[in-house]
Design a protein around this ligand. Structure first.
Ligand code: ADP
Ligand code: MG
Length: 399
């Protein structure tokens, strides 16, 4: 789960990370009042969407207006807010369709001397938390990696020891800090790391971490993501979920307790078991197409659950074909077949459907599908299924 910048900053502040004062607002009048209260000379008006690159982003139809604006007076903050609220902001991370901006963050402006980068994330390969830091902040870390890879430093944390101070001080020195700034940077890493582990975060990215003209270090941008499996422990984090920013397909799936992740491809996949789902996605890729989703309907899914899953797939405008791949162990193939048939009738099957069933009650399941009168292609195994759905999608595209 992702949260907004202002929410991440509130959390970080509560862990003692230095963050400039700021107020989240929903109207131009509130923006003016917030700027008046901050009384900071320069005020920054920042669009709150779950995507980065806002500074360099552009509002649809407003080529002069980006998602981060520096203003000097409460009236200018109000005017900027008027131009930024309820409009669509396009950034490198939103895709061309952009995101509707519903909230702004009004923040005290900092006089920046230099911008650094700091993030904490899970390195799955190393099976450790890793701290990544760079003296080149402000731009995306992918760009830094391409242009100045030598400026990126990493430090892995031994889970049996935890973060040790020498690690953060070592990073500070590598970033070029001297004197008091070494301790200031180490303290930020320590507090950020405590926030990360305490809250079961999966990513904490500060870009930029700014050195100000008066020598202080402050967090000017913060992004946090959380492990869904840890959310039950953190009511305060759960409360930060913003449904407006989430994939409606994923929300619908969550209502039915389905494990669903929306992707950018065109082949909808309904599979039971996470391993089989991954294998199915891989084989679709190796056949030259890409999956529209990851979906594990689970071992003992009910008819209703399977039907919901199927409806979600068919309702997705990107889906050009559906592959049902079920290995019926606990799950019975006839139940799957019934659910597929009834959901196809209910929603109207408008794309090719390939079904591969194996396991318990497979004959009954196949009979149900073959006698349904629906236009379904049956496959004998996983490779056959992938080839058939890819061929069907391509034939439909060519037609
Ligand atoms: P994004 O990463 O989405 O573009 P940021 O919050 O990083 O958004 O803002 C972009 C740039 O705007 C920063 O790199 C920084 O130069 C400037 N900026 C952001 N917040 C402030 C602030 N409070 N004071 C001064 N400059 C800021
Ligand atoms: Mg940023």
């Amino acid at each position: 789960m992702n949260i907004h910048e202002y929410q991440a900053k509130d959390l970080l502040r509560s862990f003692g990370v230095p963050v400039p004062p700021g107020v989240a607002v929903g109207s131009p009048a509130e923006a003016r009042e917030a700027a008046r209260q901050l009384d900071s000379g320069v005020v920054v008006v920042k669009a709150q969407i779950h995507a980065g690159g806002r500074g360099a982003g552009r509002y649809v139809g407003e080529p002069a207006c980006g998602g981060v604006r520096l203003v000097k007076t409460p009236e200018d903050a109000q005017h900027a807010a008027f131009e930024m609220l309820d409009r669509v902001l396009v950034t490198k991370q939103t895709g061309p369709e952009g995101r509707l901006v519903r909230k702004l963050y009004i923040e005290a402006g900092s006089a920046i001397e230099h911008e650094y980068y700091l993030s904490i994330l899970l390195d799955r390969e190393a099976r450790r938390i890793v701290i990544v830091a760079s003296s080149e902040g402000g731009m995306s870390i992918e760009d830094v990696a391409a242009e100045k890879p030598e400026s990126i430093h990493k430090s892995w944390i031994d889970p049996t020891i935890g973060l040790s101070d020498h690690q953060s001080r070592d990073l500070a020195v590598k970033l070029g800090f001297t004197g008091k700034q070494i301790a200031a940077f180490a303290a930020i890493v320590r507090s950020a790391y405590t926030a990360f582990t305490t809250l079961d975060a999966s990513l904490l990215e500060v870009n930029p971490l700014a050195l100000t003209k008066d020598g202080a270090l402050v967090v000017l941008d913060a992004k946090m993501s959380f492990d869904e499996n840890g959310l039950f422990r953190h009511a305060n984090v759960r409360a930060l979920r913003d449904p407006d920013e989430e994939d409606p397909r994923e929300q619908e799936a969550a209502r039915f307790g389905l494990s669903y992740v929306g992707l950018d491809g065109t082949i909808g996949c309904m599979v039971n078991g996470a391993g089989l789902a991954m294998a199915t996605m891989d084989i679709i890729n190796s056949e030259g197409e890409s999956p529209a989703n990851f979906l594990d309907v689970g071992g003992g899914a009910s008819r209703e659950k399977v039907a919901a899953a199927f409806r979600i797939l068919l309702a997705d405008p990107n889906v050009e074909g559906v592959l049902v791949n079920i290995f019926g162990g606990i799950m019975r193939c006839d139940i799957i077949a019934e659910a597929v048939v009834s959901a196809s009738r209910e929603v109207g099957l408008h794309v090719p459907l390939v079904v591969r069933l194996a396991g318990t009650n497979v004959e009954e399941g196949m009979a149900l599908i073959e006698n349904s009168g629906l236009d379904v292609t049956v496959a004998s195994d996983l490779a056959d299924a992938a080839r058939k759905i890819v061929a069907a999608v391509r034939a439909r595209r060519a037609a």
